[in-house]
Design a protein around this ligand. Structure first.
Ligand code: HEM
Length: 485
């Protein structure tokens, strides 16, 4: 009897304990769930969430229906489920700045795995921490201010002239293709001393077209998909780079010294001065070639497109560039120099406006490294965070008539210039600010200089930049040019 009572007592205590633990842990879970005051939003479909509507192609000069609808329904900060992860989307200028400035402390770069698969695990876009800093230093050195003045300006001009001179006998062609040719040749020359028109340069250019399609496609590795083809192109590109590396090492070994010549390209520089492994060098070169030509070629095509629709801006540009050109002629100078570049004030307004309205890089990928509070909302640790630059650049509370191409808004005397500049982040910001931003602006300015002095142009057939989300012209921006006599 005593035995049975004891058993009953033990059994009842165990059940009671289990109940207490269960209630406590449910309470804890509920408390934990309630702890976050998340921004309003929607989850969308299981797994894919709202990724497809978010990425739906739209005119590049708009933020797209998805963003517009979500902002008007939930506000400038909302939650969603994108790229398979719970996400906070920010169209808020203040939060975007906060994210950029707190890189590595509260937020960290976090691109989808497929980007690492294609650009390589040593690509700067996916690296974080010390390794990122090391790669960044190499890239910054390669595009330093001193190098821009001493080498790059001259080469940017030579490559511009080589492309623009070929237009005089062609009349109608794809401006997007021409811009790609210009930026690719420039990068290939400076990264690996590969000359325009050489067999290997042309092969590399072709491979990059397939490669680019894979970077922005769904990461499905099956033999007919764009991603699969891009992975094959990646291998071909790496083979070319590796061949160039071997040639270079042979020369360096023959010379017996690692010379200090000014004409070094990036490949020579990393072989000579860094302790990176072959795999790291290959990924660095591949991703710099990619970052350095895709973005700035789109920016140049966008400037041709916007200027084509704004004759008043072209007239004002011509006045500015004619003055620079005639001053040079009087002095007997040939080739643009840094002082000429600095005089291109209105050109810089055109560049800013092109980048604001065209939004070459529309958003970036980050994740929260800890629980963060912002404007009364919680951003839970580990969540994806997407600062959307486009939404800020097209925000009418910052940019009056945001859909208008209006370079004059950037003139120094403009009353809202400070607010506009503070919220203008076409190149990102903070510790990951685009390493090629100065080079990109230089390329645009020099291209515009010779373009407006040599040609008049118009669209040969209607075309418009689309965000896929990478910006592209569906017809390649066909233009007709007339030589200015
Ligand atoms: C108009 C042209 C360009 C635009 C709009 C642009 C935009 C950007 C943006 C927004 C980022 C930041 C990405 C992030 O934070 O996740 C970035 C990074 C980067 N860009 Fe550009 N870029 C342009 C041209 C170039 C050029 C010409 C180069 C030269 C090779 C270049 C090299 C890089 C590199 C190396 C990074 C990574 C920086 C880092 O992680 O520290 N970009 N770019």
């Amino acid at each position: 009897m005593v035995d049975s009572l004891l058993h009953f007592f033990l059994f009842a205590s165990a059940v009671l304990m289990a109940l207490i633990v269960c209630i406590k842990s449910t309470k804890y879970r509920n408390k934990n769930k309630k702890r976050f005051k998340l921004p309003p939003g929607r989850k969308g479909w299981p797994f894919v969430g709202e990724t497809f509507p978010y990425l739906k192609p739209h005119h590049a000069t708009t933020m797209g229906d998805f963003m517009e609808n979500h902002i008007s329904r939930f506000g400038k900060i909302y939650r969603s489920n994108l790229f398979g992860e719970p996400t906070i989307v920010s169209a808020d200028a203040g939060l975007n700045r906060y994210i950029l400035q707190n890189e590595g402390k509260l937020f960290e770069c976090s691109y989808p795995k497929s980007i690492g698969g294609i650009l390589g695990k040593w690509s700067m876009l996916v690296l974080v921490g010390d390794m990122h800093r090391q790669m960044r230093m190499i890239s910054l050195n390669f595009m330093s201010h001193a190098k821009l003045r001493s080498h790059l300006l001259r080469d940017v001009e030579l490559h511009t002239l080589s492309v623009l001179d070929s237009w005089s006998v062609r009349r109608t062609f794809s401006a997007q293709e021409e811009a790609k040719k210009f930026t690719f040749n420039l990068m290939a020359k400076h990264i690996m001393s590969m000359g325009p028109g050489e067999v290997e340069t042309e092969q590399l250019k072709r491979e990059y077209i397939t490669f680019m399609k894979g970077v922005v496609s769904a990461p499905i590795n099956l033999p007919w998909t764009a991603y699969w083809k891009a992975l094959r192109s990646r291998s071909s590109i790496l083979r070319v780079i590796e061949r160039k590396m071997e040639e270079r090492i042979k020369v360096m070994n023959c010379e017996g010294i690692y010379g200090d010549g000014d004409e070094d390209d990036l490949l020579y520089w990393v072989l000579k001065r860094s302790n990176l492994s072959t795999e790291q060098i290959l990924d660095l070169i591949l991703s710099l070639l990619f970052a350095g030509h895709e973005t700035s070629s789109v920016a140049i095509a966008l400037s041709i497109y916007f200027l084509g629709g704004c004759p008043e801006a072209v007239r004002q540009l011509r006045v500015e560039h004619l003055e620079i050109a005639s001053n040079k002629k009087q002095k007997g100078d040939v080739g643009l120099n840094w002082d000429d570049y600095k005089q291109m004030e209105f050109t810089h307004c055109v560049i800013n406006e092109t980048l604001r309205l065209g939004n070459v890089v529309r958003f970036i990928h980050r994740k929260a490294l800890r629980d963060i509070q912002y404007k009364g909302y919680d951003i839970p640790c580990g969540w994806k965070v997407l600062p959307v630059f486009t939404a800020v650049h097209l925000d009418e509370s910052i940019y009056k008539d945001p859909q208008q191409f209006n370079p004059w808004r950037w003139q120094k005397n403009s009353s809202s210039a400070a607010a506009m500049s503070g919220n203008f982040v076409p190149f990102g910001g903070g510790p990951r600010l685009c390493a090629g931003s100065e080079l990109a602006k230089l390329e645009m300015a020099v291209f515009v200089h010779h373009l407006v002095l040599k040609y008049d142009w118009e669209l040969a057939e209607p075309d418009h930049p689309f965000a896929f989300p990478f910006v592209d012209f569906p017809k390649g921006l066909p233009i007709r040019v007339h030589v200015i006599t």
